[in-house]
Each structure stands twice: as structure tokens, then as C-alpha cells.
Design a protein around this ligand. Structure first.
Ligand code: FAD
Length: 318
């Protein structure tokens, strides 16, 4: 069976969920070979093997931490040349997309970004994408070279599948460009204790209807009752009620959770662009004519100041 390279997203050896989702998709196409880079790379092998990785190519060279993306591109290219895979899968994060694009250019391949599904096809893997602010769904395949595909978090279930997960050291010789951009400092963001917005299985967002920063704790309480991340519309962010890092939409983050709850959000096209691929969409809005109701699975016409606390209380009692 053909091998499929999967670039591992991990923090000091702790593998993040989107990588396990990639392994589910990779197994539809071939045998997953994981590429783990940076501190703790080798310790990813256990969990990767439990999710179907037949092999883990690991390198913990200091260059991965000291410089921006190019050393990782050098390493992924080294893995590509060592394995000759049928496809390369990368998580659709800002860094993942940059690495994937640079690799595709180097190996002369086509690239598909932000896929939301992946299946095997006679002429190579076929990826599903939502395009034009998610107004259309396209299915496409790379027609030149080995497909390089980035996949959005929450696009596939995490499915355990026992495999060898045998660790092999990846030999990388870094090119001239690898040390071109040095990391000067890293400041971890203050943790909210909530899941990362783009990876969360549930997102609860607030918009202009929340009517002030002082009311966002209502949204946060609902989010916490569900173990969800908190998002915001641009109107709420521009008003200074919530940080820009939480903005969902065309000029914010793109999310694709199992459940998206929009409270006091009208459903402008630029907001939809960032959340329309969510599996189940719920809206709470006091205006029955609000455009958001055109795309919801469940809609509540009501005042969020009444509905959201009731919902939170109900969930907390279960
Ligand atoms: P509004 O459109 O004002 O809607 C507020 C809603 O709250 C209304 O539907 C109202 O009925 C409801 N409401 C009010 N009070 C209550 C209550 N008590 N209970 C229940 N419901 C209530 N927007 C984004 O979100 N993300 C983006 O990334 C983004 N990028 C943009 C990029 C460009 C280039 C441009 C031009 C715009 C962009 N926008 C983006 C802005 C977008 O067009 C909308 O202006 C914005 O999404 C509106 O936010 P909102 O829905 O919170 O506010």
C-alpha cells in the first residue's frame, strides 16, 4: 500500500487532536508515515502508532525551535524524498499552510488548502473544500505531482487503529534559507482554560447583540458549560468587547466545529465565511428575519439575555 506523509502538530511531544484526525484521513489513502519535528518528537510515536502511523520519522534538531518555518520545510522535503509518498497531509493552521505551500513549490506539485474531507480516488485523493465564503462545495484533486493537502481541524473523527509507530531518525541537512528568520522570543498566550478556537469541537460566539464587554461572561458561561471555545463577530471585536484572536470570519479565524452557537450575530457573509462549514449551527437572535436563520440547523428567536442563561443552566444541571 502507498505511504502517506503526515506532518505532526505537537507541543513538546503532546500530539494535538488535528493530527490524529489527519491520520484517520491518511488511512483512507494509504499507510500513514508521520513526520515529527522539534523537542519531544520521538515521544509522539506511542500515540501516533495507536492511531495508525506505521512509522514516525523524527528529528529534534534545535533549528525547528530557533528559526521560523524553513527548517521544517527542509525536514518535510527530506522525508518526502526518503519515502516517495502518494500524498502529503498537513494541518490547515497558518504555519501548516505556509509549510505545505513551500513544499509544494519545491517538489513541483499542486496543493489543495483548507480541505474539509478527503477520500481515495482512481487518479489520486479527492479533497472537499468550501469556497466563495462557503457558498459552494468543491471536490478536487491535484493533477500535477504528489498531492500536498492541508486539512481543517474537525474535518474527520479521531479513530484509534493500532500500527507499529516505529521511530526512525530523520536525517535533515538544512539549506541556506533555514536560518534566515530567527525567533527572538516566544510569549505564551494567557490560558483561558478553554480549547483553541480553530480546533474546538464546540464554539459559542457572541456578536453586537451581546451589547458590551461586560456581558461576554454570559457567552463564556455557556461555552464553559459545553467545554467550548469562545468566538466573536467582527462587530464585537471592533467594539473592543472581545480580543481579535477570537474573531470568526473572513478577516478572522475559520472554524469548523461539530457545533457552532451564534448569539446576537446577524449572519453577514463575512461572518459566515468563517463558520459555515460547522456541522451543526444554532443561532439565538431576537430578529426572526436575521440572515443567520437561513443557514442554521436550529434557531431560537429570542432575547439572548434570557435564552443564553436558561440554556447554560439547563446544560449545567445535566
Ligand atoms: P450585527 O450585524 O449588528 O448583528 C447583531 C445581531 O444581534 C442582529 O441580528 C440583532 O437582531 C441581534 N441582537 C441584538 N440584540 C439581541 C438580543 N438581545 N438578543 C438576541 N439577538 C440580538 N464580520 C465578522 O464577523 N467576521 C469577519 O471576519 C469579518 N470580516 C469582514 C471583512 C470585510 C472586508 C468587511 C467589509 C466586513 C467584515 N465583517 C466581518 C463585518 C460583517 O460585514 C458584519 O458587519 C459583522 O459580522 C456584524 O457583526 P454582528 O452580526 O455581531 O452585528
Amino acid at each position: 500500500m502507498a505511504e502517506v506523509l503526515v506532518l505532526v502538530d505537537h507541543v513538546d511531544g503532546a500530539v494535538r487532536k488535528p493530527t490524529l484526525e489527519l491520520l484517520t484521513l491518511a488511512r483512507r489513502i494509504g499507510d500513514p508515515v508521520a513526520v515529527a519535528l522539534g523537542a519531544g518528537a520521538e515521544s509522539t510515536a506511542g500515540v501516533l502508532g495507536e492511531h495508525g502511523a506505521v512509522k514516525v520519522l523524527a528529528s529534534d534538531a534545535p533549528e525547528f525551535a530557533d528559526y521560523l518555518v524553513v527548517p521544517k520545510v527542509d525536514a518535510l522535503q527530506a522525508a518526502f524524498e526518503a519515502v516517495s509518498p502518494a500524498a502529503v497531509l498537513v494541518v490547515s493552521s497558518a504555519e501548516g499552510k505556509e509549510i505545505a505551500a513551500r513544499l509544494a513549490l519545491r517538489i513541483g506539485s499542486g496543493i489543495i488548502t483548507d480541505a474539509t474531507d478527503l477520500e481515495a480516488g482512481d487518479e489520486g485523493p479527492v479533497a472537499t473544500q468550501a469556497v466563495f465564503a462557503a457558498s459552494y462545495t468543491t471536490r478536487s484533486r491535484v493533477s500535477r505531482g504528489v498531492p500536498v493537502i492541508t486539512v481543517k481541524p474537525n474535518s474527520a473523527p479521531v479513530e484509534p487503529a493500532a500500527a507499529a509507530g516505529a521511530v526512525e531518525t530523520l536525517a535533515v541537512s538544512f539549506g541556506e534559507g533555514a536560518t534566515g528568520t530567527k525567533v527572538v522570543s516566544r510569549t505564551p498566550r494567557e490560558s483561558t482554560g478553554r480549547p483553541e478556537l480553530t480546533e474546538a469541537a464546540i464554539v459559542v460566539s457572541g456578536g453586537r447583540g451581546v451589547n458590551g464587554a461586560e456581558n461576554f461572561p454570559l457567552i463564556e458561561a455557556l461555552a464553559d458549560s459545553l467545554g467550548a471555545a469562545v468566538g466573536a463577530s467582527r462587530a464585537a471585536v471592533d467594539a473592543g468587547w472581545y480580543p481579535h484572536t477570537s474573531q470568526v470570519g473572513q478577516t478572522g479565524k475559520s472554524v469548523s466545529p461539530q457545533l457552532y452557537i451564534a448569539s446576537g450575530i446577524s449572519g453577514a457573509i463575512q461572518h459566515r465565511a468563517g463558520m459555515q462549514t460547522s456541522k451543526t449551527i444554532v443561532a439565538i437572535n431576537k430578529d426572526a428575519e436575521a440572515p443567520i436563520f437561513e443557514l442554521v440547523d436550529y434557531g431560537v428567536v429570542g432575547d439572548l439575555f434570557t435564552v443564553v442563561p436558561q440554556l447554560t443552566e439547563e446544560i449545567n444541571t445535566r
